[in-house]
Design a protein around this ligand. Structure first.
Ligand code: TXA
Ligand code: MG
Length: 330
């Protein structure tokens, strides 16, 4: 094999903190994976058709599924959305920079490819120092879906991203482990009324403290407003089940090599090959931040089955249960 060819084949996505290199790559219409406080994103210039097409191609994401536009300031926000309901403004002021995505009517300047032809655009100001610095150095916003192939577990470390895209991505901007650990909460507006399109790392209760009661869009619609609400999503390759009575399930699958994922319970059985207790102190924030890394790890162990424990259905427990139930749908 010619030397050049073998060099190309073995080159891997470089994991680095070099912001100027990230600026250069994105400015040349290529992609960089970026850290955010939620999960890593696969980022490109929203105005570059080449970059946006590459995002869809790399992720194997259908073109009907729109992307989130990441910005760094309220001034940018105003230049890309055409209507800002009062409650949206309140939420933006309260939670940005942070894990809140607002879906609002777009201005014509936002390319249709980014929004999948919708007349709305999803926007957020992420809260990660490296990515905020990157955004400030660019004179355009970046579109960034989670940096995982369609339907797979979102990445919460630079290594997860490199593991997924390896040869096909030049650079992962290394911002360490994502602090929140699951995606942003998405809020849209219908007739000026706020609706949760996707539960995420801000709980419904926290949102309601700011703008009062709001509805959650039915999760299993066949044509969801946020395709992140598709019922199977965030899925490990290993068969995974979500149960209330974890003891009974261990008994039921005792002839198999089991991986166990629990909230705070510690259980022993000879069939358990590996167990991860997300928070010994039963802390939901801690569990959320470790959830995807735990799923990635258990999925890498070549087990027969992963048995996950249902979380208490309160606060962030609802968001965690949402992700676990999508990961376990067949
Ligand atoms: O935390 C996050 O939100 C991460 C980080 C990287 O920012 N991003 C993320 O992007 O989770 P993605 O593409 O994996 O999920 C975005 C969701 C999708 O379910 C998409 O359908 C929905 O947002 N979405 C985007 N634009 C929309 C729009 N105009 N109307 C309704 N839903 C929209
Ligand atoms: Mg995603």
């Amino acid at each position: 094999m010619p030397l050049l060819c073998s060099l190309v084949e073995t080159s891997k996505a470089s994991i680095s903190k070099d912001i100027d290199r990230a600026v250069k790559i994105i400015s040349q219409e290529d992609l960089v994976a970026i850290p955010t406080e939620t999960v890593y994103g696969l980022a490109g210039n929203i105005f570059s058709e080449k970059a946006i097409r590459k995002i869809f191609a790399l992720k194997q994401r259908p073109f009907f599924n729109p992307l989130i536009v990441h910005i760094h300031s309220m001034a940018q926000f105003i230049s890309f959305v055409s209507e800002i309901p009062q409650k949206a403004e309140k939420l933006a002021e309260h939670f940005w920079p942070g894990p809140l995505t607002l879906v609002l009517k777009k201005k014509a300047i936002v390319p249709d490819l980014v929004t999948a032809g919708k007349d709305t655009v999803a926007v957020r100001i992420p809260n990660h120092p490296l990515t905020l610095e990157l955004l400030k150095k660019l004179d355009f916003p970046i579109a960034a879906p989670s940096a995982n192939p369609f339907g797979r577990i979102s990445p919460t470390s630079a290594e997860h991203v490199a593991g997924y895209f390896d040869q096909n991505l030049e650079m992962v901007l290394d911002g360490g482990e994502c602090q929140k650990g699951i995606e942003s909460t998405i809020i849209g507006f219908e007739n000026d009324e706020p609706i949760i399109y996707r539960l995420g790392s801000i709980s419904q209760d926290e949102i309601e403290k700011v703008i009062g009661p709001l509805k959650i869009k039915n999760k299993n619609e066949s044509a969801p407003d946020a395709p992140g609400m598709l019922s199977r999503h965030y899925a490990p390759k290993t068969k995974t089940i979500l149960v209330e009575d974890i003891q009974a399930s261990i008994q039921q699958f005792s002839d198999q090599r089991i991986g166990l994922l629990t909230f705070d319970q510690d259980l022993d059985h000879t069939s358990i090959q590996h167990k991860i207790i997300l928070s010994k102190n039963a802390d939901l924030d801690e569990s959320m931040s470790k959830l995807y890394a735990a799923m990635h790890h258990l999925d890498s162990l070549d087990l027969d089955i992963i048995i996950a424990q249902l979380f208490p259905d309160v606060g962030l427990g609802k968001s965690i249960n949402d992700r676990l139930s999508r990961a376990t749908k067949s």
